[in-house]
Each structure stands twice: as structure tokens, then as C-alpha cells.
Design a protein around this ligand. Structure first.
Ligand code: PMV
Length: 327
């Protein structure tokens, strides 16, 4: 592909949090109430091409070939235009290699790819940390997809959000793990994460406990990663996932992201474990189940999840690299 000087194409990979983020300490700047730790997935990615075109009346956003309302993107692109001192509107073409908006973290890979492609197309050369801060303003989890392997997102303390960024914890090669994604639905989720997270302090009696225990969970996960202790990493991720869904269930009105196949897949993972296979589930704001395992067990996990009624596909993934340019 050939690009003019005002264009750039980037790829960013999706990630799943092992210690989950949910809740904001500031909505305008999208500052998370808690930190999070994630792994980046090589099988799920977004490719985004951004071209700044003079004379274009408004930003034109296409996701998977379909024109999308630019509202969610124009504010994000405005920050970049302001920083780069340009006024041209952008043409954004984006492709996910997986279903969009169904709890497969398309906003994570999407905003990470957009942050990199748009800043490069605008002639800016941001550091990974600056990119992470920018990506966060599109979607909290996107801050982590700037990095490969294992990454930690800091909640930060400052009001301006300059200390709310992700950082790499460990390279993918340093400790390869696999994730089997059991896809149980391909339709968009009913309540998006922004809406689901709104005013949680007033909508859930469990919220203070969630925020209050976050640092302990993060410290334990950091230790498990440092020690390459898979059983501990797995147990902590399953716990953080169930705690997140407990919080979601406790929210007024209650958020139920699971379907019948989600629950069946969770039981299948626990059955595998009872049979001696080291595998643990985690689930985001959607019905898909991600089973985390060590590469020697992946075939067995795929075979078991494919058998679960309602599982449409069990897609295997390794750990992915950092966001990068394609052109
Ligand atoms: O990135 P957001 O704002 O869509 O929030 C993502 C929240 C979870 O996926 C449920 C958890 C996480 O830390 O990724």
C-alpha cells in the first residue's frame, strides 16, 4: 500500500484483563478508578488507516467497510489535531479480524490502532507512554493495547490524568501463555462499558469494596507474573473476573452479560481443571469466555470448549506484540 505524507496505517492487538478495570474516577478524561493487568492477544487485532484530507467537511469513519457515526471519534481526533496544530478532517478506515462490540475488546485494539495511526499521520512521534495516555481517552482498556505481552494500567492519582497510563510488565516471549476464546454470540452487547460503569458509587453497594481491594489484587498478580506462577495467575484472574461480574450483577439495574453458553463454558473450564488441566476462565463485558492456559494444554482446551453447546467457535491465541505501524 502506498501512502501520502498525511497517512499512516497501524495494527494493534486486543487484550484481556487478568485483573479487571471497571469504574471511573473522572469521566471527562476517562480516568479509571482502579488499575488493571492484562495480556495482549495475537489472534485478535485491528488495522487502521488514517488519512488527513484537507477540504473534508467532517471526519469520515469506516469500520469493516461500514460508515459509522463520527461522534465518538471526532473529540479523540481533535486532541491530536490540536497537538499537531492541524485542522484537516480525517478519513479513518478500520478493520477488526473478529466481531465488533461483543465483548472481544474491539475498543481496546481499535483505539490503540487509531492513536498510533492518527498521530503518525498527523506528523507526531509520541512515546509509547504518551500513546497510552491518548488511547485511554478513547477507551480505558486501549491504554494497555499499546504494549505487547503483559501490561499494567495505572489508575494514577493526578487530576489531569498524566499518571494514568499503561506500562509493560513482561514480554510475550518471556512467558508464553495461550488464550482460547470461546465465542458464544456475535451480536453487539446490550449495555456498553461506558454506560455500565456510570455513577457506580450510587448504583452499586459493592463498589467501595471493589475499589478498596484493587491494590491487593494487583500486587498479587504482579507477584504471580514475576514468579511465573501459572496456578496463582489463573486463580487470581478467575477471582477478579467473578468479582467484576458480582459488581455488575449488583448494579441498579443489574448487568447480566452472560448467556447460557457462557455459563456452560465456565463449567467446562472447571471440569477440565478437575481433570488435571491447568486452565482458568475470564470474561469481560460480554458473553465470550476466554480460557487462559499453558501452550501444552491448548489443544485439549480447544477440543473441550468446542463441545460446549452454544459455543460457536473456540479460537486460539498466543500473546501478542505491541501496537506497530504496517506501512
Ligand atoms: O475499555 P473499556 O472502557 O471498554 O472497559 C473495559 C472493561 C473490561 O473489559 C470489562 C475490563 C478490562 O479491564 O478490560
Amino acid at each position: 500500500m502506498r501512502h501520502g505524507p498525511n497517512a499512516a496505517t497501524a495494527r494493534a492487538y486486543s487484550n484481556i484483563a487478568l485483573i479487571k478495570y471497571w469504574g471511573k474516577r473522572d469521566s471527562a478524561l476517562n480516568l479509571p478508578a482502579v488499575g488493571s493487568i492484562s495480556i495482549t492477544l495475537d489472534a485478535l487485532y485491528t488495522d487502521t488507516r488514517v488519512t488527513f484530507v484537507s477540504g473534508l467537511e467532517q471526519d469520515k469513519i469506516e469500520i469493516g467497510g461500514r460508515t459509522t457515526d463520527p461522534a465518538r471519534f471526532t473529540g479523540f481526533l481533535d486532541r491530536i489535531r490540536q497537538h499537531a496544530d492541524i485542522t484537516a478532517r480525517a478519513r479513518v478506515e478500520s478493520w477488526n479480524n473478529f466481531p465488533t462490540g461483543a465483548g472481544l475488546a474491539s475498543s481496546a485494539s481499535g483505539f490503540a490502532a487509531l492513536a498510533l495511526a492518527a498521530t503518525q499521520a498527523a506528523g507526531l512521534n509520541l512515546s509509547p507512554r504518551e500513546l497510552s495516555i491518548l488511547a485511554r481517552q478513547g477507551s480505558g482498556s486501549a491504554a494497555r493495547s499499546i504494549f505487547g505481552g503483559y501490561a499494567e494500567m495505572h489508575r494514577g492519582e493526578r487530576d489531569d490524568g498524566t499518571d494514568a497510563f499503561a506500562e509493560p510488565l513482561l514480554d510475550a516471549d518471556a512467558w508464553p501463555l495461550d488464550v482460547v476464546v470461546a465465542i458464544t454470540a456475535t451480536t453487539s452487547k446490550s449495555v456498553n462499558s461506558t454506560t455500565g460503569m456510570q455513577d457506580l458509587d450510587q448504583r452499586s453497594d459493592y463498589y467501595d469494596a471493589w475499589v478498596g481491594h484493587a491494590e491487593t489484587d494487583l500486587a498479587a498478580m504482579r507477584e504471580a507474573i514475576e514468579d511465573r506462577d501459572f496456578a496463582r495467575l489463573g486463580a487470581l484472574s478467575e477471582m477478579s473476573c467473578l468479582k467484576l461480574h458480582g459488581l455488575m450483577l449488583s448494579t441498579r439495574p443489574g448487568l447480566i452479560y452472560w448467556n447460557a453458553a457462557t455459563v456452560a463454558a465456565m463449567h467446562a473450564v472447571r471440569q477440565l481443571r478437575a481433570d488435571g488441566v491447568g486452565v482458568y476462565f475470564t470474561i469481560d463485558a460480554g458473553p465470550q469466555v476466554k480460557a487462559v492456559c499453558q501452550p501444552a494444554d491448548t489443544d485439549r482446551v480447544v477440543a473441550a470448549l468446542e463441545q460446549v453447546p452454544g459455543v460457536l467457535e473456540a479460537r486460539r491465541s498466543g500473546l501478542g506484540p505491541a501496537a506497530h505501524r504496517l506501512d
